[in-house]
Design a protein around this ligand. Structure first.
Ligand code: NOJ
Ligand code: CA
Length: 575
């Protein structure tokens, strides 16, 4: 009992104690105002693919619990879990049919409570996914809503009565015809679904819907969770006068859909009802269409959200490569824009992206490890809260799926049918998805070299990457130079150096096509980061005298001391 109490105190201290004090003479701006969520290192777990405990081929909460010590060993300070609520799994949990219960595949509420406790005991916070732009069509609200035009739940969703004719076109990302209006004969009306037909959009104009959502959030906050990631929230508010958009609007639908009328009112309400009452962090998926939009979401004085994540940077990588100069431009303009006010997150991958090393590094066996380490160095040395995707710490890469039968993602399968319907070149489509489909990032976590990569005792819901015998956590634990152990050391570097969280970022040698070079400066502390993004030797012209530079960390056994970089070399210097 006493021991438990002591553990609890230690865990609480780990969570709440700021790790190191900042320099006294540091200039005071919103961006240097210390917050735990700015200092957090978030590890994203895709529960379906992390660890299967009961041997049905699907990852589950007990599986995550069995790996808590591994998670702790990474040094990360928060975990973001993709949705774990009851769901028919049209979109792997992003279609929620009961927001207050746990998906059967994943376990029970007791499992959840044990998971939360296990994380907190280890000083790790938990961020939950809130999917409230839409629900599942199997949610009781939608069942009622669809049952009759007079249902008290009718206005929980967006309906268009068919006697008005067909509704003004709206684009669905996931629908096989890309039509976001679905006709429902029961009440002779169309309902709106920006995502799949099984994900009807909730009507945020209805105050009852908002209250339901806030109550759900409080239910989880009362359980003691530490944050919310708001799924697709930039799309929640709609212009319900349903204007007709110009031809071709769908090519840039975010411009028409994002940050609709009253979105900020809804967020302020959410802040007053939920965020202001708990010590929770909030992060929105999507940041609108402009810096102004993004600031309006996250600036502290707005009292809306803590941070958002924009897609500009992850969208840079294309099947035929990308320009580093362009990538630098994108990250730099976002950083500069938020240097004084507001806060962002930093990421190169998540469950909606193919693997980071395949897209941004080089997953050729010769360079897979070294380029993974380089990309990890990048994420952990930038300003903004890092969101790091599970498996990237092993350097997991795209699995090289060849057939459409390898894929599970509903959006991809629907798009495949769509491409067939329009007579597209299907070979080219398969090549494209082998590079960019999000299933590439959803293959089972590679724990060891035994059957199914130690993820499950039976056939996993999606195939394991065939390289699991060589690329896995067990092998890497034993190797001090593994990608995994390197990840641990970069995490530690960030935790030991507040300059990496709060320090000013300055891009150097911006036209250099190979090297990403920047400084991070906080008071007297000055770090220089050099990253070679390519497979040949390269050097940055930084104008910095390296004579006194001290290497803090590098991804080669003997890091470059003079700024001459080998393929994919990454070095962090103290100046
Ligand atoms: C964004 C989520 O990250 C993605 O996985 C999901 O399919 C859509 N929102 C719809 O909820
Ligand atoms: Ca399972």
């Amino acid at each position: 009992m006493r021991k438990q109490f002591l553990m609890l105190i230690i865990a609480t201290l780990c969570i709440f104690a700021p790790f190191i004090s900042l320099p006294q003479n540091m200039s005071k701006t919103e961006s240097t105002d210390r917050k735990w969520w700015k200092e957090a290192i978030v590890y994203q777990i895709y529960p379906r693919s992390f660890k299967d405990d009961n041997g049905d081929g699907i990852g589950d909460l007990k599986g995550i619990i069995s790996k808590l010590d591994y998670i702790k060993s990474l040094g990360v300070t928060a975990v973001w879990l993709n949705p774990i609520y009851t769901s028919p799994n049209d979109d792997n949990g992003y279609d929620v049919s009961d927001y207050r219960n746990i998906m059967k595949d994943f376990g029970t509420m007791d499992d959840f409570d044990a998971l939360l406790k296990g994380l907190h005991e280890r000083g790790i916070r938990l961020v939950m996914d809130m999917v409230v732009n839409h629900s599942s069509d199997e949610h009781e609200w939608f069942k009622q809503s669809r049952s009759s035009r007079n249902s008290p739940y009718r206005n929980y969703y967006h309906w268009w009565n068919a006697e008005r004719g067909t509704p003004p076109p709206r684009y669905s990302l996931f629908d096989v015809n890309h039509d976001a209006w679905r006709y429902d004969s029961l009440t002779n009306a169309y309902y709106l679904h920006y995502f799949s037909r099984k994900q009807p959009d909730l009507n945020w104009e209805n105050p009852k819907v908002r209250q339901e959502v806030f109550d759900i959030m409080k239910f989880w906050a009362d359980k003691g969770i530490d944050g919310f990631r708001l799924d697709a929230f930039q799309f929640a508010a709609k212009d319900t006068t349903w204007p007709v958009f110009p031809k071709g609007y769908e090519k840039n639908f975010t411009k028409y859909y994002a940050i609709g009328p009253h979105l900020h009112d809804y967020l302020k309400e959410m802040y007053n009802e939920v965020f202001s009452k708990y010590d929770v962090m909030s992060v929105a998926e999507g940041a609108g269409n402009s810096f102004r939009d993004a600031h309006d979401l996250v600036d502290a004085d707005r009292k809306e959200l803590n941070m958002a994540y924009a897609f500009d940077a992850v969208d840079v990588a294309k099947p035929d490569g990308y320009s580093l100069v362009h990538l630098k431009e994108v990250f730099t303009k976002w950083d500069n824009e938020f240097a004084k006010k507001g806060w962002l997150s930093i990421f190169l991958a998540n469950h909606d992206q193919a693997r980071m090393v395949t897209r941004f590094g080089n997953d050729n066996p010769q360079y897979r490890e070294i380029s993974s380490k380089m990309l990890t160095t990048f994420i952990m040395t930038m300003r903004g809260t890092p969101f790091y995707y599970n498996g990237d710490e092993l350097g997991m890469n795209n699995p090289g799926f060849k057939s459409i039968r390898d894929y599970r993602d509903m959006a991809t399968l629907n798009e495949y049918r769509h491409q067939e319907n329009i007579g597209a070149d299907m070979r080219a489509y398969l090549e494209r998805i082998a590079f960019e489909c999000r299933d590439n990032g959803r293959t089972p976590f590679q724990w060891n070299g035994t059957a199914n990569a130690g993820f499950s005792t039976s056939k996993p819901w999606i195939n394991v990457n065939p390289n699991y015998k060589t690329v896995n956590a067990a092998v890497q634990e034993k190797d001090p130079n593994s990608v995994l152990n390197y990840f641990r050391s970069v995490v530690k570097l960030r935790k030991d150096n507040p300059v990496l969280v709060y320090g000013k970022y300055t891009l150097l040698d911006k036209q250099n096509p190979d090297v990403y070079a920047y400084t991070r400066v906080l008071g007297p502390k000055r770090l220089l980061i050099l990253l070679n993004f390519h497979g040949h030797n390269a050097k940055a012209i930084t104008g910095i005298n390296m004579d006194k530079a001290k290497v803090l960390l590098g991804n080669y056994a003997r890091p470059s001391t003079n700024g001459e970089l080998r393929p994919y070399e990454a070095v962090v210097y103290e100046l």
